[in-house]
Write a protein that binds this ligand. Structure first.
Ligand SMILES: C[S@@+](CC[C@H](N)C(=O)[O-])C[C@H]1O[C@@H](n2cnc3c(N)ncnc32)[C@H](O)[C@@H]1O
Length: 198
């Protein structure tokens, strides 16, 4: 598999948690308008978003991190098939601890374990380039942040709290400003405050 439609079909059939259609469309618009030269993705899944980014931007360099070995193996094959292996580096491991290229990233996309977003943010936000953007997915957590009463599952309730805490963390962060968009499962767009002149 290499083209985006094939990857989308594979994701749906195999129940891979790929980005929702309207979020994907929004990300593609961001790639086109912001034209990042470096893109870091936390949570690769089958590499659909990274391959979409490399398809749109022929000079982007991408690092994408995936913890699940089976998923990483599918992603690796997809990246090879796409012909973008020279521009997409897949790192297999836990994004909380793996080594990543010590670059400045124009765009960082946080889309992995929902309970860990604040740790990902704290670890990777110092690598954000001036004028760069951090995008975090799942800020609505399937409507459960707004309506936590819809579940009785203790684990899910714990995750809802952590997503809400991450949203509060972003909202109250002295150095960053965040807007949450009603796109897909909720996309948070975060920029450094002192970048407002960029
Ligand atoms: C929602 S999917 C990613 C979707 C992908 N970003 C896309 O746009 O299609 C989340 C992925 O994050 C991976 N993941 C979860 N925790 C992680 C961690 N600590 N480090 C790296 N990857 C992680 C999961 O295995 C899963 O494949």
């Amino acid at each position: 598999m290499s083209n985006i439609d094939e990857l989308t079909r594979y994701g749906i059939v195999h129940l891979v948690p790929i980005l929702q259609a309207d979020s994907m469309e929004y990300m593609e618009k961001l790639f086109e308008t912001l034209h990042p030269k470096t893109f870091l993705e936390i949570g690769t899944a089958i590499a659909r978003t990274s391959i979409a980014c490399a398809t749109i931007l022929d000079d982007v360099k991408i690092v994408t991190i995936e913890k699940n070995p089976e998923m990483a193996s599918v992603a690796r094959q997809n990246i090879l098939n796409s012909g973008f292996a020279d521009r997409i580096t897949l790192i297999e491991g836990d994004a909380r601890e793996v080594e990543v290229p010590d670059w400045k990233y124009d765009m960082i996309f946080i889309d992995a374990a929902k309970g860990q977003y604040q740790r990902f943010f704290e670890r990777y936000s110092p690598m954000l380039n001036e004028g760069g953007l951090i995008v975090s997915d799942n800020m609505f957590f399937h409507g459960l942040v707004e309506h936590p009463e819809r579940t009785n599952n203790r684990h899910t309730k714990g995750l809802i709290k952590r997503v809400q805490r991450y949203r509060d963390f972003l909202d109250q962060h002295p150095d960053y400003e965040t807007t949450i968009l009603e796109v897909g499962d909720g996309l948070a767009l975060t920029r450094r405050k002192d970048d407002s002149h960029v």
